[in-house]
Ligand binder design. Structure first.
Ligand code: AMP
Ligand code: GLY
Length: 429
């Protein structure tokens, strides 16, 4: 079977790395991919939002299965586009249709969905420019801190946690009146602040059955000890030591099952990943957000723990036979550290020559923002450059392997966090 992966990050390199050796995979394509995927697959220089160009490539290369990495093409309706074209309707896609993708594409939709199906989440209300005065009144008496969320996709920047009422008011007005997040901020969700510790659970569903993949914790802030600006993710750990079997059972019963049943009740046939961002508040799970894809860099710790054939897992998801699939998960711990360009998540330069990556040992090296300069030299091409995953019998050793590799990779301006996973070691005592 020929397979196409859409995207160009560490997540997509990890998918490609796991799929390429499968006996089920004849030819593997990645669009647009990076310097890492170029080594194990054929990169196609197509952007993932160009559905016509993707369709042409699928037909030309006899692709039967498409795995969508990022959320944008899903929210924009790539699944619906393929279904609408008779020459493409037989192509299987891992990812939800536009209706299902609203779980991530609209915070207002996802909050209403959770309320309707009794899924534990922070209490909230949604406001628009028309209801601005009501919103301001609501803010006045809202306990601090206050969480404000732009309804639509805002490249991970649409959440504001205000410590003061004046700050919340200003952010609220900026979104609704000044178009701070463009259309994404035409509706604003005001939400109760949840105290606790965050983790993510990943579900794969074929529309009827599901498998729960290894859970993960990511590190969103740029600075050590979770300080500074938010990023796409500076590292991740799986399994999560504070998520014991009892907690994960609660997640399955109180969140996963009602979510999948809710989708069915809404008449949405959801095929693909559901990434559930959770707050563990005194041992109880609350949903912070849904994403309709895998996380990045969470995938870089989830994939190395999956021992089963991933191409077969994807094929059985597409066929609707997930219940027959035996998912094998390694009990080992995976830790990934992301090396980033100096200046990220703000402005940064690209085109810095990367060296030392050939020397890293005993680690999974996933490329993210990399490309070729001419034919051979690998250079930086994004904020997050590579994710280095250590897999070991203990969290300490996995941290050590990941850190050693992050030290070894070199490029001008390189930065990485030295504390990924370190805060979790105490849970294993
Ligand atoms: P999101 O874009 O929904 O992932 O939100 C970004 C981050 O904001 C989350 O990862 C949380 O750390 C934080 N956050 C979002 N909603 C809440 C909430 N209700 N209470 C506390 N923290 C939150
Ligand atoms: N690492 C967070 C995300 O992929 O959304």
């Amino acid at each position: 079977m020929n397979i196409l992966i859409l995207g160009s990050g560490g997540r997509e390199h990890a998918f490609a790395w796991k799929i390429a050796p499968s006996p089920l995979c004849d030819n593997l394509f990645v669009a647009p991919g990076n310097a890492g995927t170029a080594n194990i697959a054929t990169n196609l220089s197509i952007t993932y939002n160009d559905f016509e160009a993707i369709a042409d490539a699928v037909l030309e290369n006899n692709v039967e299965l498409v795995i969508v990495g990022p959320e944008e093409p899903l929210v924009n309706g790539i699944v619906d586009y393929f279904a609408s074209r008779p020459d493409l309707s037989r192509i299987k896609i891992i990812g939800p249709n536009k209706a299902g993708a609203q779980l991530e594409g609209s915070k207002d939709f996802s909050k209403q969905f959770m309320q309707k199906y009794g899924i534990p989440t922070a209490s909230s209300r949604t406001f628009t420019a028309e209801t601005l005065t009501d919103g301001l009144k609501y803010l006045e008496s809202h306990p601090l801190p206050i969480v404000l969320k732009a309804d639509g996709l805002a490249a991970g920047k649409g959440v504001i946690i205000a410590e003061k009422h004046a700050e919340a008011e200003q952010a609220f007005k900026e979104m609704l009146l000044d178009g701070k997040f463009g259309e994404a901020g035409n509706k604003v969700v005001i939400e109760q602040f949840l105290k606790g510790i965050e983790l993510s659970v990943f579900v794969l569903t074929d529309g009827e059955h599901y498998k729960i993949l290894p859970e993960a914790k990511d590190y969103k802030r740029i600075g050590e000890r979770d300080t500074g600006l938010n990023t796409g993710g500076m590292g991740a750990v799986s399994p999560v030591p504070f998520a014991d079997a009892n907690f994960l059972k609660k997640v399955e019963e109180k969140v996963v099952k009602p979510t999948l049943n809710g989708l069915k009740s809404e008449g949405i046939k959801y095929v693909g990943f559901i990434f559930i961002g959770l707050m563990n508040t005194k041992g109880e799970p609350y949903v912070i957000e849904y994403n309709v894809r895998m996380g990045d860099p969470e995938t870089e710790v989830v994939i190395p723990r999956i021992q089963s054939d991933f191409a077969m897992l994807m094929a059985s998801t597409a066929k609707g036979t997930l219940n027959d699939f035996e998912l094998q998960i390694s009990p080992q711990t995976a830790v990934t550290t992301v090396v980033v360009s100096g200046g990220y998540p703000g402005e940064y330069e690209k085109g810095k020559v990367i060296s030392g990556s050939e020397k890293v040992e005993d680690v999974f090296l996933y490329h993210a923002g990399t490309t070729f300069n001419g034919n051979t030299e690998i250079v930086t091409n994004g904020g997050r450059v590579m994710a280095l995953t250590g897999l070991a019998n203990s969290l300490e050793n996995a941290v050590h392997k990941s850190q050693r590799a992050a030290q070894a990779v070199q490029f001008e301006g390189k930065y990485f966090r030295h504390d990924i996973g370190v805060d979790l070691i105490r849970y294993n005592d």
